[in-house]
Design a protein. Sequence first.
Length: 228
Amino acid sequence: MIEMHDIWKTYADGTNALRGVSVRIDRNEFVYVVGPSGAGKSTFMKLIYREEVPTKGQLSVNGFNIGKLKPRKIPYVRRNIGVIFQDFRLLPKLTIYENVAFAMEVIEAPRRVIKKRTMEVLELVGLKHKHNALPSQLSGGEQQRVSIARAIVNNPSVIVADEPTGNLDPETSAGIMNLLEEINFRGSTIIMATHNKDIVNNMRKRVIAIENGLIVRDEARGEYGYEI
């Protein structure tokens, strides 16, 4: 569960990226975060996985107070949060298997557990047969599937997806969204920032719209609401 109460985020140049944001996201929800470029969406997402820290207000993620979190506790928070990036961020010299397994090696999981779980998630994303390939040998959609496998390999309770379909064609994007729906069905909360009007309007999940650092709309079965 994620709770934000009167969250402000002010950067060194004086920019207020978020201004008094309060919101609650419950377990197993699927939430779209929408809004114009520069509205504060990325800051909103980064606060959840503790890439940024709130300047003011209270933020709780899975029971951890993010604003007062001691550095040694950060890895424990991030174990339960999977992050999917628009630009994939795969390690180019490692195989697909090694890219996914690395996320488990970081938390010092046993080798036999790593092998079993890594192959399980590669099968889930449809890439078990390519586990020895390098990222450069895959299409953009396949690389994004690898990044999803890496994000879910540790069974996180929360998935933060920042424009996961931003660099993909419509057909590939539809496949990625079906995969995220399956992951959500299996129990993970998903928070996805997107500019993709069609995906938001077709799937009808909860929509949180941010403009000028403020939540201006929060609808249970919302629409995108912006012209592209």
